[in-house]
Design a protein around this ligand. Structure first.
Ligand SMILES: C[S@@+](CC[C@H](N)C(=O)[O-])C[C@H]1O[C@@H](n2cnc3c(N)ncnc32)[C@H](O)[C@@H]1O
Length: 517
């Protein structure tokens, strides 16, 4: 049993009334473990077929599963292949209720380490842009890594304060996720250390910061766009009161219904002004808060197999749009189980479209990319000091922002050769590269590869050559398969690069990502 702060218990008693004992009893139950499948890489059907874990579907998400602690999915090669993200089940809810589609401009304002940004990015399938921001430089680094492991090709990873972003992105985004820093009351069971540092002032301090963040987020939302605000805490100050604050300060925003689940509890209009002297002229609302706060969702650990959360889906009305319009058609159950190849586009333009590079660089790139069939628009490729990036189309030029990555880093031109990057390997599908060393996850070479060791792969090269025999251009293909860059895959999903020399595969797996235990 977690040691709960006395002041917290009193507050929860007041909030929950007769449900309080049941809530308290939930602290005796073990926490739940969840993983969320990367729908940009693998279909759920395929994942269920190949993943050697004890999986049970999380009923309120499309692509989340409970697993058992002994499965240890963080140590499995499929994790290194970016097939899934480990995430507490309730924490999967916010991104699952902000339905984004390929082509959208999406912002995750408080994104690190990327639990929600990776889900939002996966659903873009490379089209549109995901701007993933975090105020902490070190956490933003972890965010970038997770985005790269997931193979997201169209992200802009930023390390800025929301006010600075708002200067650059006025009414720019179709979808915004605002998963604010909070007092973390919902995490006491999962992480008892959070309960130890909690005190009664924390919700008030956090609320101040949350109001600034949500205000900036609303400035960046395009008219007609949707924004999802979430916390992992129970305090009304950080939940209903922040939403009420936003509604009181802007008359173009409204609360939308969230795709339901039987375990969700409604938001609480009656706590919207409790203990807070907000500005509101309407005496009825002043007492009660806007009735639409009921459309918010509270996740309580005694009602669902997950930790505590709060969610509010907000909509910014376009000029002339009536309050509550569009709600029904936008709120249908989204068909989120898509096949991975459904979103493929042909390659656009050619290498000669890249600006500012000479003939030798063009030749080096042409040689390497003769083996690549990934969808890409060459007009969006930029070369900066020899480093080659595929920049998101929808972003435009953004100056004066501190960023860690603009687009997909493809690799580096070094004199007479191109060195592909780790992030490029992760963004490829097996079928999009000519020379592939595909290993089964039970093959000891997979772990050796992830530890940075050199591999003997004669048997696989032999098999690849036999397959090539059956093809039209067998001779050219043979030459290619016997040496040079190889995409190393586990069960068909890329892990990184290797370079083949006389049947030996030199390890090019990113040194900083190696398996260490
Ligand atoms: C709840 S965590 C986000 C978790 C993340 N959404 C995920 O799912 O992995 C809140 C994040 O907000 C960041 N943060 C704190 N203050 C911020 C601010 N003013 N602007 C943007 N991010 C902020 C913190 O560094 C922290 O990473």
């Amino acid at each position: 049993m977690v040691n709960l702060p006395e002041e917290f218990e009193m507050k929860m008693k007041k909030l929950l009334g007769s449900e309080y004992e049941e809530f308290l009893a939930s602290y005796d139950h073990p926490r739940n473990f969840g993983l969320r499948v990367n729908v940009d890489k693998i279909s759920l059907k395929e994942f269920e077929k190949i993943a050697p874990f004890h999986l049970t579907k999380i009923p309120w998400t499309e692509n989340g599963y409970y697993y058992e602690e002994q499965d240890m999915p963080a140590r499995h090669p499929f994790y290194y292949a970016g097939m899934y993200y480990l995430q507490e089940p309730s924490a999967m809810t916010p991104a699952s209720r902000l339905v984004s589609k390929p082509g959208d401009r999406v912002l995750d304002l408080c994104a690190a380490p990327g639990g929600k940004a990776t889900e939002l990015g996966a659903h873009l399938h490379g089209k549109g842009v995901l701007v993933a921001n975090d105020i902490s430089a070190s956490r933003a680094k972890a965010l970038l890594k997770n985005i790269e492991v997931f193979g997201i090709r169209n992200s802009f990873v930023v390390n800025e304060v929301p006010a600075k972003l708002a200067e650059n992105f006025q009414e720019f985004f179709d979808k915004i996720l605002v998963d604010v820093p909070c007092s973390g009351e919902g995490m006491f069971r999962k992480d008892p250390a959070v309960a130890k540092v909690w005190d009664g002032n924390k919700p008030f301090e956090c609320a101040k910061q949350q109001k600034e963040i949500i205000t900036r987020a609303a400035q960046m939302l395009a008219p007609g766009g949707d924004m999802l605000y979430s916390t992992c805490t129970f305090s009304p100050e950080e939940n209903e009161q922040v939403i009420q604050f936003l509604l009181d300060s802007r008359d173009d925003m409204e609360i939308r219904e969230i795709q339901p689940y039987e375990g969700f509890a409604p938001g609480r209009p009656e706590v919207a002004y409790e203990g807070w002297d907000g500005e509101c002229a309407d005496p009825v609302r002043r007492k009660m808060g806007t009735p639409d706060l009921k459309k918010c969702v509270r996740i309580w650990p005694h009602k669902m197999a997950g930790e505590g959360h709060f969610l509010a889906l907000l909509h910014k009305r376009a000029p002339g749009e009536m309050a509550g319009a569009q709600e029904n058609d936008r709120n249908g159950h989204p068909n989120r189980e898509m096949t991975v190849d459904e979103h493929k586009n042909p390659v656009e333009g050619s290498i000669s479209d890249i600006k500012g590079i000479g003939k030798p660089e063009t030749k080096v790139l042409a040689e390497f990319f003769a083996d690549v069939s990934m969808e890409m628009n060459w007009k969006q490729v930029e070369v900066r000091k020899g480093q080659v990036y595929l920049v998101p189309e929808a972003l435009g030029t953004r100056k004066g922002l501190v960023f860690l990555r603009n687009g997909l880093y493809l690799g580096e031109i070094r004199k007479d050769r191109f060195e592909p990057s780790q992030s490029f390997a992760m963004a490829l599908k097996k079928e999009e590269y000519t020379a592939v060393i595909n290993l089964d996850y039970r093959d000891v070479r997979v772990e050796k590869y992830l530890r940075g060791e050199t591999l003997e792969v004669d048997d696989i090269v032999e098999r690849n050559l036999q397959k090539a025999e059956e093809m039209h251009n067998a001779k050219a293909m043979k030459k290619r398969l016997e040496k040079g860059w190889q995409l190393v895959c586990v069960n068909g999903y890329p892990l990184g690069w290797g370079k083949l020399v006389n049947g030996t595969l030199k390890n090019k797996y990113h040194a900083g990502w190696r398996m260490k235990y």
